[in-house]
Design a protein around this ligand. Sequence first.
Ligand code: S3P
Length: 170
Amino acid sequence: MNVVLFGFMGVGKTTVGRLLAPRLGYRFVDSDAETEQALGMRISDAFARLGEPAFRDVERGVVRRLSGGDGQVISLGGGTALDRGNVEALRGSGRMVLLTASPEEIGLRTRGDASRPLLAGADKLTNIRALLEERRERYIAAADMVVDTNGVPPIRVADAILNRLEVAAG
Ligand code: S3P
């Protein structure tokens, strides 16, 4: 089985994934890092030089490959689970865990970060609110489990996921 962490930028997918993986005895994989490796460039450069659709194509290839693996905690990029094919592939091999946070908290956590092209722009909070609103339904539809991270330290988020995975496994 895999455990797939997904949700908006800045909700802590990578941080929580790194903490969760050893506790399950799973390997940690970050889809953004894998996609950067496959692209041979950073995400911000890929958006600027190749455009978002080309980035999404490569990301889909990474998702297909990771979906074929087992015993992994997979952190997705914020937009990865908006693609229905990606969700189908990942669902077939794992549990989909949606991490959430308020727009204000996401704004704080991504402060001073230039690596996320979709958050670039003058009014970042407005940008976050609009994107979240646009994505919310698709995020919820893809989730087997929703864990709120507002004001919760990453290690406690990992605890909550572990507990709920164990309860679900009986
Ligand atoms: C994106 C989120 C980013 C990265 C890319 C696009 C998105 O990942 O994949 O910048 O569409 O939300 P993180 O959520 O890890 O920042």
